[in-house]
Design a protein. Structure first.
Length: 134
């Protein structure tokens, strides 16, 4: 998968990225390391746009059409992500496009769009560390 997100360090009591289970459609295929969009009621889909509210990062693969309707999602930790545009250290980030992040800037309409913050300067299309905090 292009731009796969990896968990560098999991937070939470089990150091597992503070995984949360969400409902997902059985026909939806998701790879491990995919940014997931938050839906209602407590459902997820692959995050595809900059207006997405983020639920977290898929902690496991979810194959389509096997009858499985739940997926574990990382919500806390340090993740390695690809930047869409340069991101200065300390800036809040949000979904840019499929599995990429960008600076939130002043136009983040909701705190729910904030995925976390950059732990280092990340050049455009480079990989860097972000503190996942959902």
């Amino acid at each position: 998968m292009a731009n796969e997100i990896t968990l560098a360090e999991g937070y939470g009591p089990n150091r597992d990225g503070e995984q949360r289970n969400y409902t997902i459609a059985t026909g939806t295929a998701v790879s491990k390391g995919t940014l997931l969009a938050l839906g209602t009621p407590a459902t997820v889909t692959a995050a595809l746009s900059s207006s997405t509210f983020c639920a977290g990062v898929a902690a496991e693969e979810h194959p389509a059409n096997l009858g499985v309707t739940h997926i574990a999602v990382w919500t806390q930790g340090i993740i390695n992500v690809v930047a869409s545009g340069a991101i200065p250290c300390g800036e809040s980030v949000r979904v840019a496009e499929t599995n990429m992040v960008r600076v939130c800037g002043n136009n983040a309409a909701s705190g729910a769009m904030v995925l976390g913050y950059a732990l280092q300067d990340i050049a455009d299309l480079a990989t860097g560390e972000v503190r996942l905090n959902l």
